[in-house]
Design a protein around this ligand. Structure first.
Ligand code: ACO
Length: 324
């Protein structure tokens, strides 16, 4: 008997305020046309004043629980992937735990920037396979609007806020790639690239939250090369190839990166879930948001083979292969 971590529910939350590209034209030297053609982004959501990462994470978790037909009492663990927690501590996951009324089990955060959701999924899978938890909520939630430098046109136009969540449950499988659930994971990081993408503040340095800094073209180069490589590495582990993939659900940073990765995997764009035009880059929230939107659009169906892949600050990158 093989235990698999199977997706039972999915949900998301986006803040009410929608900001079109044109809003940036008055504050920095940019244009809707530049942003669309260089990134694919058309609009993004920004959290309201006082609206926090855990508020959005709790809304997404609640939606995923409803989708699963479960309540917070059915859950053993919460993992939140975020780089923008409400406070330095306690974890955003502890706050979500309180907000959804869960009084048992355990909760913790994972910080791997834009790759955070993939890292959190792999951790949830390990908890389930080792028998430490039967049902886990995995959340990606971010308020990147709070760490943007509004005078830096090369970064402030790229990011958005939001949250998405999955409910995973231990189920028996046959041990073949025909099983539903997580089939393979591949995680990587290389701290020697830490200066390509970072926040220039923190608890033990400046004592401030700081602002995001990125050498975009360098990150772009690594993304195109490393995302296809990690997806292939995960598929290889279960003897699958790009031809077996029903949906790539990529980290939504830039449409050009998404397209180049799909090309390298020899998967046509009709089989890629794309939400970057509506959400911008929501860092760790982007994949669960895209999974939830992809299901709502009728793209993801039970039994489909899904590959998620992401890269972010660290650099950290990885992928998860799962059958929906
Ligand atoms: N409007 C107009 N011009 C701009 C803007 C803007 N908003 N931003 C940059 N430019 C200019 C630059 O100043 C530069 O001008 P110059 O040639 O006169 O110096 C020119 O556009 C080209 O700049 P590049 O950085 O080379 O542009 P590029 O085509 O690489 O696009 C982008 C930039 C969109 C950031 C791209 O590099 C990218 O998507 N990088 C990867 C981002 C990513 O995937 N990050 C990982 C996840 S994020 C995380 O982990 C938090």
């Amino acid at each position: 008997m093989t235990i698999r971590a199977v997706v039972r529910g999915v949900g998301h939350y986006l803040p009410e305020r929608v900001v079109p590209n044109s809003e940036f034209e008055t504050s920095v030297d940019t244009s809707d046309e530049w942003i669309r053609t260089r990134t694919g982004i058309e609009r993004r959501h920004f959290a309201a004043k006082g609206e926090t990462t855990s508020d959005m994470g709790a809304r997404a978790a609640q939606a995923a629980l409803t989708d699963a037909g479960m309540t917070a009492e059915d859950i053993d663990a919460i993992i939140v992937a975020t780089s923008t927690p409400d406070l330095t501590f306690p974890s955003a996951a502890s706050m979500v735990q309180d907000k959804i009324g869960m009084r048992r089990g355990f909760a913790f955060d994972v910080q791997a920037v834009c790759a955070g959701f993939v890292f959190a999924l792999a951790n949830a899978n390990a908890l389930i396979l080792s028998g430490q938890a039967r049902r886990v909520i995995v959340i990606g939630a971010e308020t990147f609007s709070r760490i943007l430098d509004w005078d830096d046109r090369s970064t402030c136009v790229l990011f958005g806020d939001g949250a998405g969540a999955l409910v995973l449950e231990a189920q028996e499988g046959t041990g073949t790639p025909a099983d539903r659930g997580i089939l393979a994971t591949d995680l990587n990081s290389d701290g020697s690239y830490r200066d390509l993408l970072y926040v220039d503040g923190g608890v033990s340095t400046t004592g401030t939250a700081g602002h995001l800094r990125m050498q975009g073209n360098q990150v772009f180069r690594h993304a195109v090369e490393k995302l296809a490589a990690t997806a292939h590495a995960a598929l290889d582990k279960v003897g699958l190839t790009g031809a077996d993939v029903d949906w790539i659900v990529p980290h939504q940073a830039n449409l050009r990166i998404i397209t180049a990765t799909a090309q390298r995997m020899q998967v046509p764009m009709e089989r890629v879930v794309v939400t970057v035009q509506d959400h911008g880059n929501t860092s760790a929230a982007s994949i669960p948001l895209a999974l939830s939107v992809g299901k709502a659009r009728g793209q993801l169906k039970e039994g489909d083979l899904v590959v998620t892949e992401a890269i972010g600050g660290g650099l950290a990158w990885g992928s998860v292969v799962l059958r929906w």
